[in-house]
Design a protein around this ligand. Sequence first.
Ligand code: HEC
Length: 473
Amino acid sequence: MKTINFVASIVAALGAAINQASANENVEDIFKNNCASCHGAQLQGAMAGSLLDTQWITDGSDKALANAIKNGLLDRGMPAFGHALTEQTIRTLVVYIRETSYNADTAKLKTPTLNKQFKTNRHNVNTQEVLSTKGIIWALDFLPDGSLIYTLRQGELWHVDDKGNRTHIKNTPKVWHRGQGGMLDVLPDPDYQKNGWIYLSYSKKTGKDKAGRDIGITAIVRGKIKNGKWTEQQTLFEAPKHTHKNRGWHFGSRFTIDGEYLYFTNGDEGHQDDAQDLTTQNGKVHRIYKDGRIPKDNPFYNKKDSLKTIWTYGNRNPQGLVKHPKTNQIWSTEHGPRGGDELNLISKGVNYGWPKTTFGMNYDGSPITPHTDLPGMQLPVHQWTPSIAVAGMNFYTGSQFKHWQGDLFVGSLAKKQLHRIRFKGNQVIEDEIILKGLGRIRDVVTAPSGELFITVNDRNSNTSKIVALSAQK
Ligand code: HEC
């Protein structure tokens, strides 16, 4: 394809009146009424020190900051708020400090110019536009012949051949394009050359609730592309009818394949308590065979009333799912509420805690829970507060970026960032923002050429680009 080939070359008032916080009060008001007189309205520091600069008297951990707020640092002039504020409100203050500090810090990052070189810690990088289209590209991937396939959320599947010719694939399933729903993930079978299977996820309208409002589900199918048409479709997963209640949110729906198994995510559909309920598909990672059969060794296969497809639970809305190229571990990124986006290592039968544990708070700044950690629930390997809105991701396995080998690249919607994550074993030792500001990054994939392809979307103009990152020699 023309484009892809082209790219290849391409404090004081110690007795300060402490305001009793009411349950609905949001964190901004609590801070303004209790803290701003000493720490400054923007947390920038006044009589007391700045809460933005990450220069801490305590050890700076979430626990230490919460403890300082609860018990005070009396010899330093920090009053104790433990009798006035609940544990969970104190938790929201910690989230708020993290959020404000991060935002002040990242506001300084420059947006790279397309088609110009920019620097990162380990590589100088070129960006090159591959293609531009109306609509929101939700997912992209490569077929073995080097050609590209991508989905448009409005309900379309596209193929781009090696000469850059684009084909709209006809006869794909009719999607329910509402809220966060539409045509979602696409993934070719690892044995595509032999079997031609392509896996698709989409939101499907299935009826009306008691109030007469449209409801739907996340549907998983596979099919083949023949002569520009979607054919031989097989339905692999549709949740049982009595569970249908999604009104347009948290469909999840990324997938990844490991051997004969197809893993896919189903968000909590906006019903957060469902994530702890094994009788619903919501807030789970599921495992089925590639042909839709259910493996008998799934963790809740024999548990009465549980959905047999469930592999893990307590997941809010995972929209990144990928298999590690060497260890075959399954990793997922999951959207937190306000704060607490997660990177999780997905293991059989594990409870990831949502909504009983989270590093975040409600969007209006009210608390969800004081707990980031509880017995029997798994902590994330890594978390982002504030939320960057984590989306698609990919382990870099190409030949071009010698110093990025095996690193995980994670796209972000709200913060418009691309993160490079380096692991030592299962621990994150680096989290670098590679680029910021080009647009909402929903998917990332390593191209056969060794370039890193990302999808960049501008919500206001309803347009998307596929952008290639190449190594500057
Ligand atoms: C009467 C003034 C005063 C008020 C009111 C106050 N602080 Fe402080 N705070 C201090 C002082 C003084 C320190 C010690 C360090 C410094 O000077 O920054 C401190 C330290 C802290 C620390 C520990 C920082 C570190 O370096 O480890 C946190 C967190 C904190 N305050 C949060 C809050 C929050 C949240 C509120 C409101 C609920 C609040 N403070 C209200 C004066 C105040």
